[in-house]
Design a protein around this ligand. Structure first.
Ligand code: ADP
Length: 558
């Protein structure tokens, strides 16, 4: 009983007892010690201690300060996030293409400017907009343009900046960010917060995970939701722009609810005429050959984002400098595209026999694509070693295909088999060079038969999505057979086509051995000699004419 009381006493008062013990030791021990030493030494020790007191206090302050700083997000918390509206001087006229998105964004500008009017007529005040689209297509640019046009400050952060080791630090950053934004909004009338990569904090919330790993994003996201809800109550005119290139289904539903990011602006990749304009825009900053066919460049860069095009032009300028030419020419740009897409070319030393085999293989691809592909066009054929490939035939859909049909798939399948067929016809035996071609042929045929009902037997449905254990062996067998049959059938077609046009294959083999690289014009010229018409489907004029209607009756800053 007695021991239990003592134990309880210790449990309840251990902090007090510990402090008392420390004080006793810290005070009594020095006194006892000093009492035992000489007068002079005692004075010396005491004065030394007194003299060093301020230094000790300063050390303590620095130590505690650092501890606090680390707790509140480390040195990066000191970073200033403010960028003045003056510093982001992007006008709507600087954004090329994206007419639809610009129209939406212009509405946002109007809403920011006319907030009081919107309020007076009882309209809903905009709080957040989500910019969705692939990277490098102008999401940041669009948000900056809104800030510039509305003449308000622009605060920019990235979602990954909120990810911290310490739970709660991300949330506290969100709080700080909104506090800062409120201060700017009060001073300037309104403020934009731009959160790049919002999917990092906006992912669907995980309620638990084994190590509590989900909780940091959760608390950050909850804080974001709380702050955004707070915007409606307050008078602060803050608009939050979130940018993401992830599928929006990845984002938490709570974020997309009305009153949060309830407006979506799609910032998509540029189309043919927009790419032409982007080339014109970026080339206008450097000196370039005015006779260059921009429409052809636009066709050659199907699938490129504006940032890619900017990069190509910069790379082309470097190539022109290296070649000590005063102007950037079509060839430089073409070389830049290939360097970026296919890697730097270099010569491998190989036997003439091997070189001939590679040339024949590439000629097979080239002739197959040129003569029978319904959607792709050949831009270049090369037997230079690039990024692991011994040769390439660079082909691209004539324009973006959103729903390729069976003919296109057959075209790609044949294209992959062209090299193999040519080697087989010429040498009877084939080489290891067909490895990657076969991989893509098998993949295409498999997808056609297994997933898209494009086989002959009439099996419809996506069988790849069904687990093996749930699929009957008979069906698996049939699908496998049909895939193989499809490939064989197309190989026969390709062999027939190449045999009929063997002269053209031989000619390209010889040309490739001689010149190593052939460009579109050179390729079209040779086909012309054999009476095959040029495949250029969009003449230059057509692309230039296809200018979209003005997006605003009175474009601002234009
Ligand atoms: P995102 O935020 O979509 O990843 P950015 O807005 O940061 O892309 O764009 C990257 C760069 O690409 C910009 O700095 C700009 O130079 C260029 N760019 C992107 N889209 C456009 C466009 N529509 N018009 C002109 N330049 C663009």
């Amino acid at each position: 009983m007695f021991w239990f009381k003592i134990k309880l006493f210790f449990q309840q008062h251990w902090i007090g007892l510990a402090i008392a013990a420390i004080v006793v030791i810290a005070v009594l021990f020095p006194i006892w010690y000093l009492a035992g030493v000489e007068e002079n030494t005692r004075k010396y020790i005491i004065s030394m201690n007194v003299a060093s007191m301020p230094w000790m206090v300063l050390n303590t302050i620095i130590f505690v300060g650092f501890l606090y700083l680390m707790q509140s997000g480390g040195l990066s918390a000191l970073k200033k996030t403010r960028v003045d509206a003056g510093a982001v001087n992007i006008r709507f006229s600087d954004i090329i293409g994206l007419e639809e998105a610009k129209r939406e964004a212009w509405e946002v500008v109007q809403l920011i400017k006319d907030r009081t009017r919107v309020k007076a007529i009882g309209g809903k005040i905009l709080k957040g907009a989500l910019l969705v689209g692939p990277p490098g297509c102008g999401k940041t640019l669009m948000a900056k343009a809104v800030a510039t046009e509305a003449g308000i400050p622009f605060l920019s952060v990235s979602g990954s900046e909120f990810v911290e080791v310490f739970v709660g630090v991300g949330a506290s950053r969100v709080r700080t960010l909104f506090k800062q934004a409120r201060a700017y909004a009060q001073a300037h009338g309104a403020c934009i917060i731009f959160i790049d990569e919002i999917e990092v904090i906006g992912r669907r919330r995980i309620l638990y995970d084994a190590f509590g790993g989900g909780s940091e994003t959760n608390s950050t996201q909850n804080q974001l939701l709380v702050e955004m809800d707070g915007l409606s109550g307050s008078d602060a005119n803050i608009i939050v722009f979130g940018a993401t290139n992830a599928y929006e289904g990845l984002l938490d539903e709570a974020l997309l609810r009305p009153g949060r990011f309830d407006r979506k602006i799609f910032v998509d990749k540029p189309n043919l005429s927009e790419r032409g304009k982007l080339f014109a825009h970026y080339l206008s900053r450097i000196s370039y050959d005015r006779g260059m066919d921009l429409a052809r460049l636009a066709r050659k860069s199907v699938g490129s984002s504006p940032a890619d095009i900017e990069n190509v032009v910069k790379e082309a300028a470097l190539i022109a400098v290296r070649n000590s030419s005063a102007q950037v020419s079509y060839k430089d740009i073409s070389a830049a595209i290939e360097r970026i897409e296919l890697g730097v070319a270099h010569r491998l030393s190989m036997t003439p026999r091997e070189r001939e085999r590679i040339a024949c293989h590439e000629a097979g691809h080239l002739v197959t694509i040129y003569l029978c592909h319904p959607t792709d066009d050949v831009f270049k054929a090369s037997i230079l070693h690039r990024g692991g490939a011994l040769g390439v035939v660079h082909h691209m859909p004539i324009e973006e295909l959103h729903v390729p049909d069976r003919d296109s798939y057959i075209g790609w399948l044949r294209a992959s088999l062209g090299g193999f067929a040519a080697e087989k016809i010429k040498y009877g035996v084939t080489s290891s060079g067909v490895g990657s071609d076969f991989a893509s042929a098998a993949h295409t045929a498999h997808r056609m038969v297994w997933g898209m009902g494009m086989g002959k037997s009439g099996f419809i449905g996506d069988y790849s999505s069904i687990r093996e254990s749930e699929r009957s062996a008979v069906i698996t067998d049939l699908l496998e057979k049909e895939t193989q049959e499809l490939m064989r059938e197309q190989l026969t077609e390709v062999e027939k086509l190449l045999t009929e046009n063997w002269k053209i294959v031989e000619r390209f083999t010889a040309e490739l051995i001689k010149r190593e690289e052939l460009d579109y014009d050179e390729i079209a010229l040779i086909f012309g000699e054999f009476g095959k018409p040029s495949r250029m489907l969009h003449p230059a004029a057509e692309a230039a004419e296809a200018a979209p209607a003005p997006w605003l009756p009175n474009p601002p800053g234009a």
